[in-house]
Design a binder for this molecule. Structure first.
Ligand SMILES: [Zn+2]
Length: 316
């Protein structure tokens, strides 16, 4: 009898291959019903997984994904899981390099929120929001102390109202001077963003100072990095099991997200990202080595395949 795939990470947690594959299949089915051409490709995402077994002590027997085919779909639960691991890992490296170069620099975490958008306005709202962010970063008051930034967009679905809540998270890396004589209070951030976004109401802006010495938890750099680099849309907002509702959401989000960037960098954070090679096409598309390249020696290759009848991965 064939054995089921078990892939345990270094913290002892099982990697969610099966759950992600099941969600991927639901997503692919929605795309098929909606007559998206990529439905067939999405369905093939991560079907055959080739792993290498690590040899070194400490992670003995641990698996490292070596080869597979990912569909890169924007809403694909499988790809989004890999993307999240990859982006937060890279972001942590970029931020720690930035601290090395500008040890006096400080981090601020911004959340910019506006009124929800209806399905037909979402695409335009996302575009306007990112434009407004660039404008905001270029206001003299902000720019004079800005070393770099990373921003991401997130969308949640409001089922009660049937609309979408689009908002932005950003980590700003600023000169120490910002806290001395060029401090921007929260109320002023609201005004600046209102102007940049050309709104006739005051948007909600949350400003938090990231505590440089805090290892984890609220206001730590790690937590802010995770918040910025996570999913653009939560799986559970796309797949609820209510087919009619989900179909509508998939259709709206597929169209709204097309051609947009989930995460973008500016200033020295952009420079460091480039130096580390994270912005090359090859690296950007690499969801296989999402958790980085391992220097550890590997002893053997093992292959697991998705079985569509038994709905699980089995070792070949
Ligand atoms: Zn995928």
């Amino acid at each position: 009898m064939q054995e089921i795939l078990k892939d345990i990470d270094k913290f002892g947690n099982e990697r969610p291959w099966r759950d992600k594959k099941l969600a991927n299949l639901t997503y692919a089915e929605y795309l098929r019903v909606l007559a998206f051409k990529k439905a067939y490709n999405v369905k093939e995402c991560g079907n055959v997984l080739t792993f290498r077994k690590m040899a070194e002590k400490g992670s003995q027997g641990q698996l490292k994904l070596y080869q597979t085919w990912f569909c890169h779909g924007r809403l694909c639960p499988m790809c989004n899981w890999r993307r999240r691991i990859k982006q937060s890992g890279e972001l942590k490296q970029i931020l720690s390099e930035a601290v090395k170069r500008e040890p006096k620099g400080r981090f601020i975490f911004l959340t910019l929120t506006e009124k929800n958008a209806d399905s037909e306005d979402l695409k335009q709202a996302l575009r306007d929001m990112t434009k407004a962010f660039t404008k905001l970063m270029n206001y003299k008051k902000v720019k004079q102390n800005l070393l770099g930034y990373v921003r991401s967009t997130e969308i949640t679905v409001n089922d009660e109202r049937g609309d979408y809540h689009q908002h932005m998270h950003a980590i700003l890396f600023v000169k120490a001077n910002y806290f001395n004589n060029a401090y921007i209070p929260q109320k002023e951030w609201v005004k600046l963003y209102q102007r940049a976004r050309k709104l006739d109401y005051a948007p909600s802006v949350r400003v938090e100072v990231i505590k440089p010495n805090k290892e984890k938890g609220k206001n730590s750099l790690v937590a802010s990095a995770y918040e910025t680099a996570k999913y653009q849309v939560k799986d559970s907002d796309v797949i609820t099991g209510e087919t009619e509702r989900d179909l509508k959401v998939v259709e709206v989000l597929e169209n709204a997200l097309k051609g947009t960037r989930a995460i973008a960098f500016g200033g020295i954070l952009k420079g460091i990202r480039h130096e580390l090679g994270f912005d090359s096409k090859k690296k950007e598309d690499d969801l296989i080595n999402a958790d980085g390249n391992s220097a550890e020696e590997t002893v053997e290759e093992v292959v697991a395949k998705w079985d569509s009848v038994r709905k699980n991965y089995f070792w070949v």
